[in-house]
Design a protein around this ligand. Structure first.
Ligand code: THU
Length: 139
């Protein structure tokens, strides 16, 4: 839904949009910003950082999660991802798994466009049937 003056602006939107500006995306020209709120209430941000050796690039979500873990936190309670695209940006498969590592299935993930269109989903809906530690019980 397009944001308007009467809508409440998502509390993570400004942080995600701001860090997106710092993305290093000279190869795709697709800048992504992510903001996550951790258990303490602190908001961690990340942007995509591409590399001329393409597989070495990292996603915005991965950067935000790395910042959270580096600060000593391991639980995220909310996430917001933003990019300049026609529809709210869907996290890649790897980022879905990374979000799942640190957030419960019901954790809200808001996917957004720079135009103000937002779609709210959850970690569980982004990664149904996720691989988790329970699958290694017999090992
Ligand atoms: N990208 C992200 O940062 N997050 C996603 O979930 C989707 C893709 C980045 C990776 C790459 O730098 C660019 O977008 C194009 O794939």
């Amino acid at each position: 839904m397009p944001a308007s003056d009467t809508d409440t602006i998502h509390p993570l939107r400004a942080a995600a949009a701001a860090v997106r500006q710092n993305a290093h995306a000279p190869y795709s020209n697709f800048k992504v910003g992510a903001a996550i709120r951790a258990r303490s209430g602190t908001v961690y941000v990340g942007c995509n950082v591409e590399n001329v050796a393409y597989p070495e690039g990292t996603c915005a979500e991965a950067g935000a999660i790395a910042a959270m873990v580096a600060a000593g936190e391991t639980e995220l309670l909310e996430a917001y991802v933003i990019a300049d695209c026609p529809n709210p940006v869907p996290p890649c498969g790897g980022c879905r798994q990374k979000l799942k590592e640190f957030g419960a299935a019901e954790v809200a993930v808001t996917l957004a466009t720079t135009d103000g269109v937002e779609m709210e989903t959850t970690i569980g809906d982004l990664l149904p049937g996720a691989f988790d530690a329970g699958h290694m019980e017999r090992s």
